[in-house]
Design a protein around this ligand. Structure first.
Ligand SMILES: C[S@@+](CC[C@H](N)C(=O)[O-])C[C@H]1O[C@@H](n2cnc3c(N)ncnc32)[C@H](O)[C@@H]1O
Length: 289
């Protein structure tokens, strides 16, 4: 039997060459990685790390698991409805996500946008207090609306007479001339560009409720004002109701609906700067759609 201790290769120079090759290869590879941030290997490594970091569990996701595991109340949207927004969040997170309404779904939305900014706008200060008691990490603001559901028809039929409601003149902060513009939002909402906007509030099921007219109009204005690349994803719930449907068709536009299930529509709205201005139709003209 051959004793390994005393084994001598027949061609020792071959081993020397192999070891030398390995050392040179290692030096070239490490130089490749260390000297150029933009080198292929490095960018591959960092983008893989970024991808991995994107949806690695965060404290807010772990808290969400515990929250829902110990709660008997589940969000109102169905699995299929939630999945539409979840798929967009998976592709875009961390991103800027604006949610109209605080509810039993808020902890979930927050946790589906790890390391992103998720902001909730709620009309009822008591409800804000109650939700934040159990989920103090949510970023939520109370918002006062200037409309009531009972005004929906009249606002729709008259808004075209107000120049500051028109798509080429409309803005939000301080636009008191246009009653559909939400003027009472926190400053940070105006200052940020929102990648996703979920409209599941304010309440719109009794005459004195604010209705979603202002939220729908304002989401359209925000989306059209986008300066960054890509579209704004707008999700509107309760499209089985008349006001939500007609306002969606007037301001968010059927041609921008890319998905829909149950009572949810998903719109992808391009920035107005990407549209040509030739007076309407399929373009960035006089009216929204
Ligand atoms: C249609 S709900 C949104 C519900 C939310 N999507 C969910 O899954 O819980 C819209 C509004 O109803 C009100 N709301 C919802 N649940 C409430 C509750 N349990 N108590 C008081 N107000 C509530 C809030 O003003 C909220 O913004």
């Amino acid at each position: 039997m051959q004793n390994c201790k005393y084994y001598l290769p027949e061609k020792p120079w071959l081993i020397g060459m192999a070891i030398g090759g390995l050392i040179i290869g290692w030096m070239m590879l490490s130089g490749f990685i260390h000297f150029g941030e933009t080198t292929f290997l490095c960018s591959l490594a960092s983008s893989t790390a970024r991808e991995k970091a994107k949806y690695e569990e965060t404290p807010i996701q772990l808290q969400a698991i515990v929250h829902y595991a110990t709660s008997r109340i589940v969000p109102q949207q169905s699995f299929a409805e939630i999945s539409i927004t979840f798929n967009v969040l998976k592709a875009l997170a961390p991103c800027n996500f604006l949610v109209f309404g605080l509810g039993h779904d808020s902890v979930m939305w927050n946790s589906l946008n790890p390391r992103g900014t998720t902001v909730f706008l709620e009309e009822d200060p008591k409800w804000v207090k109650s939700v934040l008691k159990d989920a103090p990490n949510l970023q939520a603001y109370t918002v006062q609306y200037r409309t009531q559901l009972r005004e929906a028809d009249q606002l729709l039929s008259t808004y075209r007479t107000e120049p500051y409601c028109s798509p080429y003149k409309a803005y939000l902060r301080g636009n008191y001339n246009c009653k559909l513009a939400l003027t009472g939002l926190p400053e940070m909402v105006y200052d940020k560009e929102w990648d996703l906007i979920m409209i599941d509030a304010p309440r719109g099921y009794f005459a004195e409720a604010p209705g979603r007219m202002g939220a729908i109009f304002s989401a359209a204005v925000m989306a059209r004002a986008r300066k960054g690349s890509g579209v704004t994803h707008v999700f509107l719930h309760d499209i089985d109701r008349k006001v939500e449907k007609v306002y969606a068709e007037e301001f968010l536009c059927r041609k921008y609906v890319v998905n829909g299930v149950g009572r949810l529509w998903h719109f992808e709205i391009p920035p107005a700067a990407n549209l040509t201005t030739n007076g309407g139709g399929d373009t960035g003209g006089e009216w929204f759609c």
